[in-house]
Design a protein around this ligand. Structure first.
Ligand SMILES: C[S@@+](CC[C@H](N)C(=O)[O-])C[C@H]1O[C@@H](n2cnc3c(N)ncnc32)[C@H](O)[C@@H]1O
Length: 297
């Protein structure tokens, strides 16, 4: 049984909500644009195509006399969801860095003969920056899902996506990754964390923008106050900072959807943003995205 569970277990109801939002967007997107453009779906962190949920065993009670053994449920992940969207995407690219996940994606592809599906193994940042950003975008539009576990998406990748002016993006941003690395005291941010933050945010100005000097009182022998630099943004402030950064490169970034829902601390911000600066494309994406995110709230 263990082998049968392809070990791609993650998430909770929040995963369900995230995937439901993306599924609704993809369906409205392809309904609005099919026939007008060639449509491409790109899943940069595709996983295996499905996810498994382990339901614990339950002892029978006076309503259900029988004991229920542990059972495993398999639900579609983002890749399969996109393959099943109607009208169909003309082309689908599924990427993952983990060889076992790539093998599962090849298996998924085999289930959809006749569809134009490309499986890419390796770091999606490289493929997006080297290949996708250089595609010929005439008559082509894409929806791209960035669903990492943590801080894997490089800022340069977002810059290159924005430059295409043809991609709508859903980005699950790890706010938790940001506040864990951007520690309260700047002295706790070691060089590795600094480099990761700069790669994530696309600038080293975060250090000036997120931290300010506090004068801690001197000790009883030395009256000179000790200079300390501490983060001056709380979790909500950090999210606003990220939104402002994203708005420097994308013509439209909707207010993010907080995950988990109604539980603190917030761990992720789900962003819907579009690269196209045509007012008609912005209007359409805003209508679809606003409607879906509001319904989700
Ligand atoms: C949260 S899971 C994706 C879940 C998937 N979207 C779904 O709905 O089933 C993140 C995936 O990203 C993969 N991954 C991690 N770093 C990566 C990278 N740099 N490039 C591509 N894939 C990566 C992991 O192997 C994992 O399968």
């Amino acid at each position: 049984l263990q082998n049968d569970i392809d070990d791609h277990r993650f998430g909770s109801d929040d995963t369900e909500i995230k995937l439901a939002l993306v599924r609704s967007y993809l369906t409205s997107y392809s309904t609005a644009l099919a026939g007008k453009f060639k449509l491409w779906y790109i899943d940069a962190f595709a996983g295996t195509g499905s996810r498994t949920i382990r339901h614990s065993a339950r002892l029978g009670d006076f309503i259900t006399a029988e004991d229920t053994p542990e059972w495993i449920e398999r639900r579609p992940g983002s890749a399969r969801i996109a393959l099943d969207v109607r009208p169909k995407f003309d082309r689908i690219t599924l990427m993952d860095a983990k060889p076992r996940h790539v093998a599962a994606l090849e298996g998924l592809k085999a289930e959809y003969p006749g569809r134009d599906i490309e499986i890419v193994s390796g770091d999606c940042n490289r493929f997006i920056q080297n290949e996708i950003a250089r595609a010929n975008w005439a008559g082509l539009r894409a929806a791209l899902f960035l669903d990492p576990y943590g801080m894997e998406v490089e800022w340069q990748t977002l810059v290159d996506i924005a430059k295409t002016k043809a991609i709508d993006v859903w980005y699950l941003f790890s706010l938790e990754g940001l506040y864990r690395n951007a520690a309260h005291d700047i002295n706790d941010v070691d060089p590795k964390k600094r480099a990761a933050l700069t790669k994530l945010l696309g600038t080293d100005a975060w250090e000036q923008e997120l931290y300010s000097v506090h004068n801690a009182p001197g000790d009883m022998f030395d009256e000179t106050p000790v200079e300390e630099r501490r983060r001056n943004h709380d979790v909500a402030g950090l999210e606003d900072y990220v939104t402002r950064r994203l708005r420097t490169i994308f013509p439209m970034v909707l207010e993010p959807y907080a995950l988990p829902v109604a539980r603190k601390p917030q761990r992720f911000s789900l962003y819907c943003m579009i690269a196209n600066d045509d007012p008609k494309a912005i209007g359409l994406a805003r209508r679809i995205g606003d409607h879906i995110l509001k319904a989700g709230r």
